[in-house]
Design a protein around this ligand. Structure first.
Ligand SMILES: *Cc1c(COP(=O)(O)O)cnc(C)c1O
Length: 397
């Protein structure tokens, strides 16, 4: 060994040094990637586990960036003690599996997010939890699906891709009467449009990946129960099964939230304008937007959401899949990508993506039988630019 190498004492390299501090402080939330947290003594660690002292112990159980993000979403939802998870599906899983057990029954909306339905039908079934689906625009259909062993109803307020609006007030009353928990996946609506806890929900779920984070660069979820005991059960399940989010992703999502209201309002205004332009276009057969008078649930949308009719628009071109394919190819500026809530507009074709597993009959039952149907997640672009992009695509139909 050379003298130089002998002079480097390894212990000085591995020993962590405290960050230099001064009288000033950072303006931006620091990212804290530490997996473990050192406690000053065994007594203190006992006190932490017993809740007499606060402090993190191990990142799977919680870390500062997740806490900051959770408290911000709590504030938006009017909730307390929510949990951030590693994805929206992790949040759905924690809500369902943290609370229910063998012998229980859950009712899902018939247009729930595809993976939520799959979790219920395929995975919960293996653990002895039965699932029924019901049409959430019809509170009586939901009531009819209730059994003595029904524990929970899981719904989305605005469905994908037909943007039907659930009868939330009616179903909340049904759930209350039956003593069944009402869980709402509020991803599409967001607390800017509707806050489930103010309308009888017991559990709120988000795919933070979508509008809340808003930049298609993080995968995260959020779940909160009104009841502290239920929240504890959800938390324990999530920590045991490792549904933990990464500090860096929490930090990115927190950054996204600062502009969420601005992004939401702009995207919604764009969606309303685009829906009207599409409805008047000769190559478009039908437009579905809850803010338009020709939407099947217009009255309910008005009562439930007021002017907050969201950034999602669905439309059907006058043509089949081949024509839809030409439209996608003719407008490469509009990413053909099966997600939603990005700052930029994205286009999806449910028949070939989110709903490809369904038969044409099953799609017809849900009201979107055409292979010429698109779903648009409208972004925050200049509206003139957006309209000209769609006109360019539609010219190829
Ligand atoms: C995307 C989505 C999910 C799943 O969220 P991930 O973050 O992709 O796991 C759940 N529900 C709805 C309504 C969604 O749009």
């Amino acid at each position: 060994m050379s003298d130089d190498r002998r002079n480097v004492r390894p212990e000085t390299l591995v020993r962590r040094m405290p960050l230099a501090e001064g009288v000033s402080r950072p303006v931006v939330t620091p990212i804290q990637p530490s997996v473990v947290y050192a406690s000053p003594s065994i007594d203190t660690l006992h006190a932490q586990y017993e809740g007499r002292e606060t402090g993190y112990t191990y990142a799977r159980e919680g870390h500062p960036n997740a806490t900051v993000l959770a408290r911000k979403i709590d504030a938006m939802e009017g909730a307390e003690g929510g949990l951030v998870t590693g994805s929206g599906m992790a949040a759905v899983t924690a809500a369902l599996m943290g609370i229910m057990g063998a012998g229980d029954h859950v009712i899902g909306g018939n247009q729930l997010y595809g993976r939520s339905l799959r979790l219920m039908h395929q995975d919960l079934a293996r653990f002895g939890i039965a699932t029924s689906v019901a049409d959430p625009t019809d509170a009586e259909a939901v009531r009819a699906a209730i059994r003595p062993e029904t524990r929970m109803i899981l719904l989305e307020v605005v469905s994908n891709p037909t943007l039907r609006v659930a009868d939330m007030e009616g179903i909340a009353a049904v759930a209350r009467e039956a003593g069944v928990l009402l869980a709402v996946d509020n991803t599409f609506t967001t607390p800017r449009a509707w806050r489930p806890f103010e309308h009888g929900a017991d559990i709120v779920i988000h795919s933070v990946t979508k509008l809340l984070a808003g930049h298609s660069d993080v995968t995260l979820g959020y779940v909160v129960a009104k009841d502290a005991g239920l929240q504890r059960a959800i938390y324990d399940f999530a920590v045991t099964t490792g549904l933990t989010p990464s500090p860096y992703e929490c930090w990115l999502a927190e950054r996204g939230l600062y502009t969420f209201p601005l992004r939401y309002d702009r995207a919604e205004a764009n969606a309303a304008a685009l829906a009207d332009v599409l409805a008047g276009h000769p190559k478009v057969k039908r437009v579905l937007y809850p803010g338009r008078d020709d939407h099947p649930d217009r009255a309910r949308a008005k009562a439930l959401l007021g002017a907050r009719t969201g950034n999602m628009v669905s439309f059907e071109i006058d043509g089949n899949e081949a024509a839809a394919n030409r439209m996608v190819a003719a407008a490469p500026q509009l990413p053909f990508a099966p997600t939603l809530g990005d700052v930029g507009t994205t286009l999806s074709h449910p028949a070939s993506s989110s709903h490809r597993a369904l038969t044409p009959d099953a799609r017809a039952d849900l009201g979107h039988e055409s292979t010429g149907s698109f779903r648009v997640s409208v972004g925050i672009e200049e509206i003139d630019l957006l309209i000209s992009d769609f006109e360019q695509g539609l010219a190829a139909v």
